[in-house]
Design a binder for this molecule. Structure first.
Ligand code: BF8
Ligand code: SF4
Length: 631
């Protein structure tokens, strides 16, 4: 099937993944790992970032070596490697920022539909949070009718996407020092769509031909994502679906049940998946499942929409990015219902090898060969019921001989929103900061992001998390790292036994895990907000805090945008593999070193998770010493 097939043990650290890879191979089902082998070796120019397709005088590619005449190569227009790499990276960041932020905008549209009475399927579940967020953004929120306040909040959020502002609304959450620095550097994000559009403009032929200047705008574009587009996504999701609170759930492919109708929700936005879950809990659909011989309906999560429902509703998690294909290979999935982002097009073909219905729901994310339901706020519940009924009907076609559910699920704890963390601490950050000052918690590292078939699945995600907690560094997990940490047993209070003595004592006292699940990838905005709160409490900048970020197995444009806004916010950020920038010495130097002088943080690239733990540890040690704390 492939040129040099690697053993399943080399591809993933998990038994559920390995079993399903064996089954996929036996049944002739192609996976991302097979396609990676077909695509290897990759184009060197593309890996280095030195190809340009921005106009039809090209495409052009720049060799890292000088030409025979000794001159450095340039594109037809005269762009050199620095310009081409910076332009490509800028567009990459704009792509990621657009993804998160357009997701945020969809939440504004749902809130608007609630306010305008266009839907009864959605409601404002957390009125107090709505009033609190509105007041934070300068809206008179105290005595007025709820819908009037909500209407103003809708307007306020839409305005963050436009061109009329000097800075986005939630930027006030960042420390004053940081905002002054952004202003000085020309990095203050003014409007989400504006910064994304300006990045497309700057990277047209004949515009921004100064690599550092392009990268400054890439940072501004990413900051618009982290402090506005994503932040709006998180805050409005909490208002509409509820603020997450700690609860227990389970993870891995063992959450699929032989005797239930199994529906997996995949993608990012809770707008559709919340409705699927609500429909699947309705008595008449459960009765329909029973009429087909099933004992009920299981709704399991994949990727970030799974995280959203895990955080708020405690649904079980079937897996992360590289488990999405393998979940279908169990032969026990009646339907995969998707919205958008990170959904491999291959799922259509794999679903076609089984009885699985592959169902799309967003006009902006159609898949040829899929069954499509066009879901909007006004018809969401009605369509969700039809989808669940379709899954129930598919149960009759399940072939028990092809069903293999390889493992038993493991327990996980979830739901650590900032509100929940503050609540667990008795309403103030003081106990947490006291633990940091005393050195029981030496610092915090957010481990975020994806799987990438170039890396043994979850080896780096889990390896880094374990190495950090051993050193009394608390880990905050979002996105696809969640299921990785959960499967490794790190998301339960008992995992405190794997932590260093200080962190173990804190976790035991509070009854929390040493790795806290804080949500989906847009919820990295919760972590930015928390950094702002802690820095303000201590009267310092975010770059002074003993914190770090890491994306050990990242793959996506969105992960790059997250890394960029973390660094631009002052958080030292580790990546397990480099972006496609190595063809430019200027851009590479800036990312790995130069940004430190500008924004007080930089990227570090290190494939080995233990060496990455050393880098993050050294950073935390230095920041603690600078704050006058024992390292
Ligand atoms: O936004 S972690 S593989 S699912 S990009 Fe995608 Fe990466 Fe998963 Fe969520 Ni985030
Ligand atoms: Fe080539 Fe310049 Fe056109 Fe890019 S913009 S394809 S480098 S001519």
């Amino acid at each position: 099937m492939t040129r040099e097939q690697r053993s399943v043990e080399e591809l993933s650290i998990w038994e559920d993944a390995r079993s399903m890879l064996r089954k996929a191979r036996a049944e002739g089902v192609e996976t991302a790992w097979d396609r990676l082998e077909q695509q290897t070796p990759h184009c060197t120019f593309c890996e280095l970032g030195t190809t340009c397709r921005n106009c039809v005088m090209g495409p052009c590619r720049i060799s890292p070596k000088a030409t025979k005449s000794g001159k450095l190569q340039r594109g037809v227009c005269g762009a050199d490697a620095d310009v081409i790499v910076a332009r490509n990276f800028g567009r990459f960041i704009a792509g990621g920022s657009a993804g998160h932020s357009d997701h945020g905008r969809d939440l504004i549209e749902v809130l608007e539909a609630i306010v305008e009475g266009e839907t009864t399927d959605y409601a404002i579940r957390d009125e107090a949070k709505l009033r609190r967020i509105a007041a934070e953004l300068g809206i008179d929120a105290a005595e007025r009718p709820l819908m009037d306040v909500a209407r103003d909040l809708v307007d306020e959020c839409y305005s963050d996407f436009g061109s009329r502002r000097k800075s986005v609304g939630f930027l006030a959450r960042a420390p004053e020092k940081r905002r002054a620095l952004w202003e000085k550097l020309g990095m203050t994000p003014r409007g989400v769509d504006r910064e994304i559009a300006e990045m497309m403009h700057r990277t047209h032929m004949g515009c921004d031909n100064d690599a550092p200047n392009t990268l400054i705008h890439a940072a501004r574009c990413a900051l618009a994502d982290g402090w506005s587009g994503s932040m709006i996504g998180t805050e409005l999701s909490d208002i509409i679906f509820g603020v997450p609170t700690p609860s227990m759930s389970t993870a891995n492919l063992g959450i699929l049940k032989k005797d239930t109708v199994n529906i997996l929700v995949h993608g990012h936005n809770p707008v559709v998946s919340e409705m699927i879950l609500a429909a699947a809990r309705e008595p008449q659909l459960i009765a329909a499942a029973k009429a087909h011989g099933a004992s009920g309906i299981t709704v399991g999560g994949l990727c970030c929409t799974g995280n959203e429902l895990l955080m708020r509703q405690g649904i079980p998690m079937a897996g992360n990015h590289l488990m999405t294909e393998l979940a279908i290979v169990t032969g026990a999935v009646e339907a995969v219902v998707v919205d958008y982002q990170c959904i491999m097009p291959s799922l259509v073909q794999i679903a076609g090898c089984y009885h699985t219905r592959f169902i799309t729901t967003a006009g902006k994310a159609r898949f040829t060969g899929a069954i499509h339901f066009d879901i909007h706020p006004h018809n969401a519940m009605e369509e969700a019921r039809k989808i669940v009924q379709m899954a129930v009907d598919a149960f009759a076609e399940r072939d028990p001989k092809r069903v293999e559910i390889p493992v038993e699920p493991v327990r996980i704890m979830t739901g650590f929103s900032n509100e929940a963390i503050l609540n667990a601490l008795g309403g103030s950050l003081t106990p947490l900061l006291d633990a940091v000052k005393a050195g029981s918690i030496r610092g915090f590292v957010a481990i975020v992001g994806c799987n990438n078939p170039k890396i043994q699945q979850d080896s780096a995600n889990v390896g880094l998390a374990k190495a950090l907690i051993e050193r009394d560094i608390m880990v905050l997990a979002t996105g696809c790292v969640t299921t990785a940490a959960g499967k490794a047993g790190l998301l339960v209070p008992e995992a405190a036994s794997m932590a260093g003595p200080g962190l173990k004592a804190v976790c035991t006292a509070l009854g929390i895990p040493p790795v806290l699940h804080m949500g989906s990838c847009v919820d990295n905005s919760r972590i930015m907000h928390l950094c702002g709160l802690i820095a303000n409490e201590l009267g310092v900048d975010i770059s002074d805090l003993p914190v770090g970020a890491s994306s050990p197995e990242w793959y996506s444009e969105k992960a790059a945008a997250i890394g960029m806004y973390a660094v631009a916010s002052g958080v030292y950020t580790h990546l397990g593999l480099p972006p496609n920038i190595l063809g430019s010495q200027t851009v590479t130097d800036l990312a790995l070193n130069g940004l430190e002088g500008l924004v007080g943080a930089s990227f570090a690239v290190e494939p080995d998770p233990l060496k990455a733990a050393d880098l993050l540890d050294a950073r935390i040690r230095a920041k603690r010493e600078a704050l006058g704390l024992k390292p």
